[in-house]
Design a protein around this ligand. Structure first.
Ligand code: HEM
Length: 236
């Protein structure tokens, strides 16, 4: 019987087949400067954390939610009142959605004020902006899903705003609503955006965004002292 822990044995098993240790050591070379700016470097990771919470709670909500005009409102009522811990899962999903958007705005503004967008991180910024737009798309499409009065009118007004875009406004409105008005077709469409289209685009952009950060390391704000550095995994 070896005296190694199960975790260590699993790590060795994978490590002898895949370059996990090397990847972790590589990540460790990309350190965060530990000076008065360093708290701002947490917010991208916080956005990522809340996104993962959204995926997990969203999958649980999917077990009971039904995306049709006839059944949606009732199914949300069922989640709130009958499904085990449904009220908790639904509330965590709603809170984490708000906290995710908040983290991302702090992330955007801190990158802006610390000038992290400068060469060579232009594309990290661009993929970030796309991720923020998509995150707001998650919020907008998710808001309709409970299919109550508030969500119905929010979607009506929101899609009307889209219609004021010059030239293609009317097209966007019909595309979003799945017709002239907000109906069951809009609900089914928004559900598709919320649980399939947007998550797929997000997954791709996230991998690219985080890869860019790993490949280039963290930026150094102008005038920052390098000071002590914090490692990603503490391997090397
Ligand atoms: C779902 C949305 C997003 C996630 C999950 C995310 C995640 C991350 C993570 C984990 C980092 C490394 C740690 C950090 O600097 O905080 C990072 C860095 C960065 N992000 Fe984001 N991000 C998102 C959106 C954005 C947005 C909206 C912007 C700006 C428009 C942006 C621009 C950047 C830049 C420029 C860096 C490099 C920072 C540096 O090197 O100092 N990201 N992102």
């Amino acid at each position: 019987m070896s005296d190694k822990s199960t975790g260590k044995r699993m790590f060795d098993w994978f490590g002898s087949r895949y370059p996990i240790k090397e990847m972790m050591e590589y990540a460790d070379h990309k350190t965060v400067p530990h000076d008065r700016h360093f708290l701002w470097y947490f917010f991208g990771g916080m956005g990522l954390f809340f996104f993962i919470v959204q995926v997990m709670t969203g999958l649980f909500l999917l077990l009971y939610y039904r995306p049709t005009a006839e059944a949606a409102f009732e199914s949300v009522h069922f989640i709130e009142s009958k499904a085990y811990f449904g009220w908790l899962i639904r509330n965590v999903h709603a809170w984490s959605a708000n906290l995710m958007i908040l983290s991302l705005f702090v992330h955007l503004f801190s990158n802006w004020f610390l000038k992290a967008y400068r060469k060579p991180r232009e594309l990290t910024w661009v993929t970030g902006v796309l991720l923020l737009f998509i995150s707001m798309g998650f919020g907008f499409s998710g808001y309709l899903l409970p299919w109550n009065k508030l969500s119905f009118f929010a979607t009506k007004v929101g899609t009307e705003m889209a219609a004021s875009v010059p030239f293609i406004g009317e097209f966007i409105l019909v595309f979003l609503r799945g017709g002239e008005d907000v109906t069951g077709a809009t609900l089914t469409r928004f559900f598709g955006f919320h649980v399939a289209v947007l998550p797929m685009i997000t997954a791709v952009l996230l991998v690219v965004h985080v890869y860019f950060v790993q490949a280039q390391g963290m930026s150094m704000p102008i005038g920052a002292k390098k000071g002590r550095e914090i490692k990603f995994f503490g391997m090397s």
